[in-house]
Structure formats: structure tokens, C-alpha cells
Write a protein that binds this ligand. Structure first.
Ligand code: G6P
Ligand code: MN
Length: 417
């Protein structure tokens, strides 16, 4: 049987993984689920809930918990990482500080996303390095954001086997299901770019290219980017492209909003954790559906099935490019369709990369690689270069003011600087 470890198990998403394990229990002989977190209180609540929940699901696994990382990683077949260094408290700062300068304030995109990467990368590198020793054949399934930068850092600086994921990889399947009731397995597409900077094209249903009308129905489900714009592009951008294609409008909206997304999530978490802590409750709280990361467990366990049972599966993964995206270096981590099986992930070549997105993708990759180096080396010069390379920051007047402010706001979490 397999040992499945969850790093950051105090996250409110954890029960979704159990749900998915229960659905796949014929295929996946999970023996032990090891919950690890640094927050003992949340860990205790989650362990209690997971025990009640797995019983309700009829999932026969041993659920354990620990605050000892080595114990958590030792002999693990799969390690799912879903940490948030500094919690939503720091997320709110990532959102608010850039907004003061009328810049995008978002947890994964722009200057805020870079600070999240700075807090997170050293912690994730430590997890990966401990895995090199304690579970060298195990797989690290990363959901920790910003997942593209985390995956880039772990692949560049460690030998751990890592697959970086985002729930966005199955968004087109979700859209087609919502718009037309088509089951996931019938929908395929080309997917190219980076995490939260990608484009979907060549959608097929049962192997048949979608009609214009079907394309528009699917595209309309992505209501963060204007449909007229999607028509013009002819490809569907990730919802995160709203920050690039509707920048001023989005910034103005965020400035007017009573709360940032992080503040909203903080309130939601109170509700969700009260439900988890209730010893008579063994249902997933309804408020969980208001979180953006829903669906991630389906992808995570799909990956486990592909690797463990050696089932060729097409999945979107953050993975070294190896030629899949012609205009990026082979070693750069990209988010693309891959063939996954026991041997790992093989990126699929995308026949035609939509020409309008080359520049954006290349610029953001440029920023990401500088940001990863700045995060690892604690290098303020590279931090400045990364921000100058970022299409959503770019101007020196912003960079000069932002850098000291961002470092000050994160100082407890940046031992490398
Ligand atoms: C999407 C993204 C995730 C992100 C989430 C935010 O699903 O793909 O990377 O973590 O949204 O959701 P939240 O509820 O925290 O705003
Ligand atoms: Mn994501």
C-alpha cells in the first residue's frame, strides 16, 4: 500500500483529497495518509475531521498527523504540498501594497506574487531536499503557489521528482461541462504557456474540432476575460489574463472593493474551520465551494493513478520545457499538456503556439527566472531586475519605491535577504 503525505494539511482543502481517494479506492491502495503542518491547532482539527470524514466515505486508510517534517516525508510515495507561508495575513499585504501604486495586487501575479514566491521558495526547497534523502523515489505533487516559480526552483536546485499543478489545467473541461454537459474525458485541447499565463486552443469533443458556436459557449464560461476579446484572439486565455488585458479596469475595481480577496478568504476560513471543528460534523462545509482552488484534488489523484498504475494520461503539468514551447529555453518550467505515466511527464509539442502570446509568455518567464534566483540568493539587485522585467510593474519609479516596502512587510519570512 502507499503512503500519501500532505504538507500543509491544515489547509481547508485537505478533505477534498480524501474524497478523491475514496472515489478511486479500487485503483489506489492508499495505506496511510500522513498529515503534516506547523500549525498544531489546525492540524488537530483537520485530523479529527479527516477521521470522521473517511469513515463516512468508507475509506479504509490510517490517518496520522505530525509536526515533524522528516517523519512526514520518510518513505512517502507521494507528497502533496499545499502550504501558504505567512498565511492569508501576508497574502493581504501582497494584494494591498502594489494597489497603493495603482498596480495589480494579487497573490500570484505581479509584485505580490513575487513576494509570495520569496516567502515560499526556501521552505519548498527544504521539503524537496529532505525528500531527496527520505523519499528519493517519491513524487512531490505541488499545489503551493506560485506553482510555476516553485516548480522552477525545485527542478533547478534539487533532484526531487516534482510535478507542479494548478486547478486551471482542467478549467476548459469544467467550462465544457458547465456550458454543454460534456463529460471531462471527451474534451481535449492544446494548452500552452506558464502557470496563470496560458492559452487554450484546438479544443476537440470526442476527437472532433469544436464548432464556432461551441467554442463561444465554452469561452463564455471564462467570464474574467471579455468575450469579444476572446473571439478576436481565437484562443481562450487563462482567467489570470484579466490582469494583463483588463489591467486598469481591474485595478480600479480592486481599489473600490470593500475587501481584498485575501480578506474575504480569511472570513470564509473562520466559517470553514468552525464546521471542521464541530465533532458532530462529517460533511465538507458548503463554504468550501467558494474557494478558487476547487477541483485540484481530482488532478492530484489523477496524477497518482497515472504514475502508480502506469496509465498513460494526458494532463496539464508544470514541467521543464524540453522543446515543447519553441521560443523558451529547454530547462525553463512551462505549464503544458503532458503525457503522464510511471516514467513521469513528457511534455506534448503544441502544433501552433498562438502568435499574439509569445511576447507576454517570454516576458513573464524572464521575470520568473530572475525572481527565482532572487528568492534563492536573497539578492535585492535581482529582485529589482525581476520587477523591471515584469510587464505589470516595469517602471523604475515603481520598482524603487516598492522594493523597500515589500521587503519590510515580509521581513519575518525572508531569512535569505
Ligand atoms: C485558482 C488558482 C489557484 C488559486 C485559487 C485562489 O484556482 O488556480 O492557484 O490558489 O484560484 O483561490 P482563493 O479562494 O484562495 O482566492
Ligand atoms: Mn492556480
Amino acid at each position: 500500500g502507499m503512503k500519501f503525505t500532505i504538507v500543509g494539511a491544515g489547509s481547508s482543502y485537505t478533505p477534498e483529497l480524501l474524497d478523491e481517494m475514496a472515489m478511486r479506492k479500487q485503483q489506489l491502495p492508499v495505506r496511510e495518509v500522513m498529515l503534516y503542518d506547523i500549525d498544531e491547532k489546525r492540524l488537530g482539527i483537520m485530523e479529527g475531521f479527516c477521521k470522521r470524514f473517511s469513515q463516512k466515505l468508507g475509506l479504509d486508510v490510517e490517518i496520522k498527523s505530525t509536526t515533524d517534517l522528516d517523519k512526514a516525508l520518510y518513505g512517502a510515495d507521494f507528497v502533496d504540498t499545499q502550504i501558504r507561508v505567512g498565511g492569508n495575513k501576508q497574502r493581504v499585504k501582497d494584494e494591498k501594497i502594489p494597489l497603493q501604486y495603482d498596480l495589480v495586487g494579487q497573490e500570484t501575479t505581479g509584485a505580490g506574487g513575487m513576494m509570495k514566491a520569496f516567502r515560499t521558495i526556501p521552505v519548498m526547497l527544504n521539503v524537496a531536499r529532505r525528500m531527496e534523502e527520505l523519499s528519493p523515489t517519491g513524487w512531490l505533487i505541488n499545489y503551493t503557489n506560485p506553482t510555476g516559480l516553485v516548480t522552477e526552483a525545485v527542478t533547478r536546485y534539487t533532484k526531487a521528482n516534482i510535478a507542479g499543478f494548478c486547478s486551471g489545467g482542467i478549467f476548459p473541461k469544467m467550462w465544457a461541462k458547465r456550458a454543454m454537459g460534456i463529460p471531462y474525458e471527451k474534451v481535449q485541447y492544446d494548452y500552452v504557456g506558464l502557470n496563470h499565463m496560458n492559452f487554450i486552443s484546438n479544443i476537440t469533443i470526442n476527437g472532433r474540432p469544436v464548432t464556432e458556436e461551441e467554442f463561444l459557449k465554452i469561452a463564455a464560461e471564462n467570464d474574467d476575460v471579455d468575450l469579444e476579446l476572446i473571439k478576436l484572439l481565437g484562443v481562450i486565455p487563462s482567467p489570470y489574463l484579466q490582469w494583463y488585458f483588463h489591467t486598469n479596469e481591474k485595478v480600479a475595481k480592486c481599489k473600490k472593493a470593500p475587501q481584498t480577496r485575501g480578506e474575504y478568504v480569511q472570513d470564509l476560513e473562520k466559517e470553514v474551520f468552525a464546521a471542521y471543528a464541530d465533532e458532530n460534523n462529517c460533511e465538507k462545509p458548503a463554504a468550501l465551494a467558494k474557494r478558487g482552488g476547487g477541483g485540484y484534488s481530482e488532478v492530484a489523484m489523477g496524477f497518482v493513478n497515472a504514475v502508480y498504475n502506469n496509465v498513460d494520461t494526458k494532463m496539464v503539468v508544470n514541467v521543464p520545457n524540453q522543446g515543447a514551447v519553441s521560443f523558451l529555453p529547454d530547462s525553463a518550467v512551462v505549464e503544458v499538456g503532458c503525457l503522464v505515466n510511471k516514467t513521469g511527464m513528457q511534455p506534448l509539442h503544441v502544433a501552433k503556439v498562438p502568435e499574439m502570446c509569445w511576447g507576454l509568455i517570454a516576458a513573464v518567464k524572464n521575470y520568473e527566472q530572475l525572481a527565482v534566483e532572487a528568492a534563492v540568493e536573497g539578492d535585492v539587485r535581482k529582485m529589482k531586475l525581476a520587477l523591471l522585467a515584469h510587464p505589470l510593474v516595469r517602471q523604475w519609479e515603481y520598482v524603487e519605491k516598492l522594493v523597500p516596502e515589500l521587503l519590510e512587510a515580509n521581513k519575518e519570512y525572508l531569512p535569505q535577504f
